[in-house]
Design a protein around this ligand. Structure first.
Ligand SMILES: C[S@@+](CC[C@H](N)C(=O)[O-])C[C@H]1O[C@@H](n2cnc3c(N)ncnc32)[C@H](O)[C@@H]1O
Length: 256
């Protein structure tokens, strides 16, 4: 995906995309089915759903926003994958009103947990949509990244407030209702019965680097992407990442 995106967008998604692509490949190999059934909860206009469909998988996007679903339909048609992308209006809480329980090889929940009323229930529902040995790709806003960015922008009181606030919000004007630590996200995934396969920090440096530097300096984007990829793996950087990605693996079927 990164070669077709603008540099800034590539920086935002590269780490998650690499981890996700690898998980899809491993699942396809393990199941012996090259076309997997993928569910994207809160998939919006298809930032991940469309590239996943371009790999040949069948993707169902559940999202409460009719506008996002309309944009998804248009985007899927433009990418020539309309036959593999299905948009359904619904939300994480009433997920099984609109999709099949236990019907998916891989479930994405990217940038959604921040907005749902009950994150634990949201994660339990995404997990209940998985087949045995299925994989959950969970991406959510990181607490430490927000504290760090408010402080570096000179908003020290807001940084302190985010640090003290149980939901990691820096004030009434904060557009994000909830942020998480890596431990909290891992706890939600394990609490829903999955094994945590990997945790990655996303956008550790990217949001702080002046745009001009990445866009004009030869080789800078590539070097920054490599730096992000290396730091993503290290727990020390998880505490300052803008987003956190957790890969959860469902157990095998009983008696398997
Ligand atoms: C920040 S966007 C992320 C979109 C996409 N997952 C991505 O990574 O680009 C959040 C999405 O979550 C959706 N959303 C908000 N509340 C939700 C809920 N309770 N259940 C499912 N999706 C929800 C929004 O409509 C929006 O499309």
């Amino acid at each position: 995906m990164s070669d077709t995106l603008r540099p800034r967008a590539a920086l935002r998604t590269a780490v998650v995309w690499e981890v996700l692509q690898d998980a899809l490949e491993r699942r396809a190999k393990a199941t012996g089915r090259p076309a997997l059934d993928v569910l994207d909860t809160g998939g919006g206009s298809g930032n991940f759903a469309v590239p996943v469909a371009r790999l040949g998988h069948r993707v169902t996007v559940v999202d409460p926003s009719p506008n996002a679903l309309f944009a998804l339909e248009r985007r899927a048609a433009e990418a020539d994958v309309a036959d593999r992308v299905r948009g359904v209006q619904g939300d994480a809480h009433g997920l099984f009103d609109v999709v099949e329980r236990g019907g998916y090889d891989v479930v994405l929940c990217h940038g959604v947990l921040e907005y749902v009323e009950d994150p634990a229930e949201g994660v339990r529902n995404t997990v209940a949509a998985l087949r045995p040995e299925g994989v959950l790709s969970l991406l959510a806003a990181g607490l430490g990244g927000a504290v760090f960015s408010r402080a570096l922008a000179g908003h020290f009181k807001e940084a302190r407030q985010a640090l003290d606030d149980p939901n990691g919000r820096w004030g009434a004007g904060d557009p994000v209702p909830r942020r998480f630590t890596a431990d909290q996200l891992s706890g939600l995934v394990e609490g829903a019965g999955l094994r945590v396969g990997a945790v990655h920090g996303v956008r550790v440096f990217a949001d702080f680097v002046p745009g001009g530097l990445v866009d004009t300096e030869p080789g800078a984007l590539d070097a920054l992407l490599k730096l992000e990829a290396a730091a993503a793996e290290l727990a020390a950087f998880h505490s300052v990442a803008t987003q956190l990605h957790v890969l959860g693996e469902a157990p095998a079927a009983e008696g398997a």
